[in-house]
Design a protein around this ligand. Structure first.
Ligand code: NAD
Length: 488
């Protein structure tokens, strides 16, 4: 109705420093109520063309600024996001379904920190120089920004992942065209409102909203966008590789995971259990780094299971804006159905669902009855070949299985197509090193989870990705290196 549509939030693309309306829109839902509350531009070739044109026009001036000038602007942007932290957190929670607590303590602080981190790190890179005295030559490397970077991000950590790409791209002197997920576009649009005040010149950061198949592919196929940094699913990455192949684009791909936690019988369960609950269920299990296969050594298997399930049952599911709630809503109705279907498949295969979906009842507040909620779910006795142990579920579902030996568990942990993040729990330092070395995983956390030093490489092996992101890695991705030889 008219009255309803008037109340909707309507986003606009941000091109060449200006907000521009689009001729068509897609609906965006509030996952905790099931209501359409926002309209997102359904951009296509035309909008992407305008954004790339603006980014190209801004490149000569932006790329010729000194790193220090760019650094000051990035810091200013970080300050402005921090000033509006609460508004950003509220918006992220409403748009994505995540709890307000998670948005306040993880998403938005990290978004601001991404700008601050690259504002600092860009000042400290060194290029290489070697000498060939006998030939009278010195060689040195020089790095320059590449041009217009295309940035495509998913819905699970919207502003966090978007800024993790925008910050290094523009710190290095590139200009960007970014496309957030059509399901979570609000905080990117809010950030655009701060760019001018921070001193980001028009055209340096352009944001085109819309779907992957329309706006995303137009960006991937644009001949004037030589690099694409993508975070999302492995399936979409394959499509992006295919579509960008004729242009030989530089790609950075951060993809899915099927992350194991390996818990040896000498693990400190008082630390391991709360951390493994978080690694399984934080952000509704919608983090690429979330644990979804828990291997527990036989000696502590039954104790672990008993305590883990008892604690999982304490996680409160409900209205994400209630600060006492631990689990918010999943991103969409379709995604909720997909996650639930995995639990059903596991049951059909003879696995035991110990708590959550189909076992416990979920009581929701009146206003949230139509939201996309699900209880944290623990499944035991799942076969390694089961789709629940092989495919990324990306929801609050985790499988617990038993193992006997180190050799055996390494093989089983590596027995999936993914290789993003693994967790190892043991108080035997030798074993921790041994196992960490042999796991096929871009990240291995031992006796902890999600502790990150942004200087160091982040990314996956096998189907979990191509390339790495981080202080040095992002700098290398977003610059073109040249080797120059001088003979005297
Ligand atoms: P997705 O691949 O469906 O979408 C990601 C982005 O790509 C969205 O903006 C989407 O609109 C766009 N897109 C879709 N099809 C496209 C196409 N053909 N061409 C260009 N762009 C296209 O992923 P999602 O469902 O939004 O996110 C969840 C996935 O992201 C999970 O697999 C998760 O593991 C992964 N993820 C990985 C990391 C990491 O750092 N490795 C971090 C977060 C999420």
């Amino acid at each position: 109705t008219m009255a309803d549509s008037k109340a909707l939030l309507v986003l606009e693309n941000f091109i060449a420093g200006k907000f521009v309306p689009c001729s068509s829109y897609v609906d965006s839902y509030n996952p905790s109520t099931g209501d359409v509350y926002c309209r997102v531009p359904d951009s296509g070739k035309e909008e992407v063309e305008a954004a790339v044109k603006a980014a190209k026009a801004a490149f000569p001036i932006w790329s010729s600024k000194s790193p220090l000038e760019r650094s000051q602007i990035l810091n200013k942007l970080a300050d402005l996001i921090e000033c509006d932290l609460e508004a950003f957190a509220q918006a992220e929670s409403k748009d994505q379904g995540k709890t307000i607590t998670f948005a306040r303590t993880v998403d938005i602080p990290r978004a601001a920190y991404n700008f601050r981190f690259f504002a600092s790190s860009i000042l400290h890179h060194k290029t290489e120089c070697t000498e060939m005295a006998i030939l009278g030559c010195v060689h040195y490397t020089s790095r320059a920004p590449v041009g217009v970077a295309g940035l495509i991000v998913p819905w699970n950590l919207p502003l966090y992942l978007l800024t993790w790409k925008i910050a290094p791209a523009i710190a290095c002197g590139n200009t960007v065209v970014a496309k957030p997920s059509e399901m979570t576009s609000v905080t990117a649009w809010m950030m655009c409102k701060l760019l001018e005040k921070a001193g980001v010149p028009p055209g340096v950061v352009n944001v085109v909203f819309g779907t992957g198949t329309k706006a995303g592919e137009a960006l991937v196929c644009h001949p004037d966008v030589p690099l694409i940094s993508f975070t999302g699913s492995t399936l979409t990455a394959q499509r992006i590789m295919e579509k960008s192949a004729p242009y030989c684009k530089r790609l950075s791909l951060e993809l899915g995971g099927k992350n194991p936690a390996i818990i040896f019988d000498d693990a400190d369960l008082n630390q391991c259990i709360p951390t493994t609950l978080r690694s399984s269920f934080a952000n509704q299990g919608e983090i690429c780094l979330c644990t979804s296969r828990i291997f527990v050594q036989r000696g502590i298997y039954s104790e672990f299971l008993k305590r883990f399930v008892a604690e999982a049952k304490k996680w409160k599911v409900g209205n994400p804006s209630d600060s006492a709630v631990d689990v918010g809503a999943l991103i969409s109705k379709e995604h909720l159905e997909k996650v639930r279907s995995y639990v059903k498949k596991a049951q059909a295969e003879g696995a035991r669902v110990l708590c959550g979906e189909g076992v416990d009842s979920l009581a929701l507040p009146v206003g949230n009855q139509k939201g996309y909620f699900m209880l944290p779910t623990v499944i035991a006795e799942v076969k390694d070949e089961s789709c629940c142990m092989q495919e990324e579920i990306f929801g609050p579902v985790t499988c617990v299985v038993v193992f006997d030996t180190e050799e055996e568990v390494i093989k089983r942990a590596n027995g999936v197509k993914y290789g993003l993040a693994a967790t190892v729990w043991s108080s035997n330092v030798g074993r921790v090193h041994r196992v960490a070395q042999r796991l096929q995983s871009g990240l291995v956390w031992t006796n902890c989870w999600l502790v990150r030093d942004l200087n160091l490489p982040f990314g996956g092996m096998k189907a979990s990705g191509l390339g790495r992101e981080g202080g040095k890695d992002s700098y290398e991705f977003f610059t073109e290196v040249k080797t120059i030889t001088i003979k005297h």
